[in-house]
Design a protein around this ligand. Sequence first.
Ligand code: SF4
Ligand code: SF4
Length: 74
Amino acid sequence: MPHTIVSDRCEGVSDCVDACPVACIHPGRGTNSRGNPFFWIDPDTCIDCGICLQVCPVEGAVLAEERPELQKRP
Ligand code: SF4
Ligand code: SF4
């Protein structure tokens, strides 16, 4: 099951972007509800390796399940 970035929790640190082996984490448009840049995971490309969850320093920003209602996409 693809992973999800909770848009309103992401702080835009981008550790996950550099770590993702298939480059499926992309910048969101604008900022989230807390004024931070954020990223989103393309569920069609994600291979569910879990590395983004391991490297993200922000509690609750990455979920190991597909939750499209929590993740803004362009
Ligand atoms: S999900 Fe975590 S590591 Fe990735 S951009 Fe957001 S805060 Fe940074
Ligand atoms: S689970 Fe793996 S493939 Fe999917 S977004 Fe995270 S690092 Fe990339």
